[in-house]
Ligand binder design. Structure first.
Ligand SMILES: [Zn+2]
Length: 291
């Protein structure tokens, strides 16, 4: 209905992104309308056209789901704020209704890749439930799967009895960026920071992640995007919501995709760092943001 439902004023500044990051620590992202029955939209929900970046996020999600489903039939709604009540009355960052094939997002999550791709995965599979093999295995690291999602997915399989407990320093940690230079004037100025952790050992491991210091799960993957001049930093710490986040098969690599946008940033030189269990990657990556 509205081509530009999100004006520039709605795009978070760095400060707002940091605030969102904090809000996300408290957030319980999940979404379900288990019956698929159409329900009334939340107060203030507004229809919007999928922004251009949704095409890429949809393709990424369809790829991990091995699907050729189309984005064009999905209807997108947003509400103001960090959370929205789902049909079950839970305060979530978004939810999907299979009956209407519509997604309702709390507006602050409408440009958060992991949140949007979570809802896309529901829409691609036309299922409001959280299948473990899909959300926590094939598409892990690409879609958020927090408290309600993990609860709905059910218990993880029993740990491999031969797994050895190790510290995060036992892993090979790396970071990559999808673009080394990005202009704030690009029509698509999003880019991805991809953090990977690989078990180099010839046997399965369970990683002892350091405690978070709060009531939440420990940190798993994180990123830091700091300007070289030290004037600004953008960051996010993902949590190990599911036990599978700290279990690695022999040689297994896990990845986490973080998304950001040049217009969230200042026009200057940055270094991207990736961490797993608070251990940084062996090498940082340079990103230049130009006006
Ligand atoms: Zn969900």
């Amino acid at each position: 209905m509205q081509q530009n439902a999100f004006s520039l004023a709605r795009i978070p500044t760095i400060t707002e992104v940091q605030r969102c990051a904090l809000a996300f620590l408290l957030r319980v992202a999940a979404c379900e309308s288990p019956t698929g029955v159409l329900v009334t939209l939340p107060n203030g929900a507004r229809l919007y056209d999928a922004p251009a970046i949704y095409q890429r996020w949809w393709a990424m999600t369809a790829s991990c789901a091995n699907s050729s489903a189309s984005l064009k039939d999905v209807r997108w709604y947003f509400t103001e704020g960090d959370v929205v009540p789902n049909p079950a009355g839970e305060r979530v960052s978004g939810y999907y209704e299979p009956g209407s094939h519509r997604v309702v997002l709390a507006g602050n999550g409408a440009y958060v890749g992991g949140v949007v791709r979570h809802e896309m995965l529901h829409a691609i599979t036309r299922n409001a439930r959280h299948d473990r093999a899909t959300f926590l295995a094939r598409c892990a690291g690409l879609v958020d799967c927090d408290f309600y999602c993990v609860r709905d997915a059910g218990p993880a399989p029993a740990a491999d009895m031969t797994a050895v407990r190790v510290a995060p320093t036992a892993l090979a940690i790396a970071v990559a960026v999808s673009r080394a230079s990005v202009s704030q004037r690009d029509s698509d100025d999003f880019f991805e920071i991809v953090v990977s952790a690989t078990n180099p050992l010839p046997h399965p491991i369970v990683v002892d992640l350091p405690a978070s210091g709060d009531d939440g799960p420990p940190d798993s993957f994180s990123y830091r995007l700091a300007s070289v001049d030290g004037s600004s930093i953008q960051w996010y710490d993902e949590r190990a919501w599911d036990t599978s986040a700290s279990r690695f098969a022999a040689g297994e690599m896990k990845r986490w995709v973080f998304d950001t946008k040049a217009s969230f940033l200042r026009a200057t030189s940055y270094e991207a760092d990736g961490l797993y269990g608070n251990v940084p990657a062996a090498q940082r990556r340079a990103v230049t943001v130009t006006p």
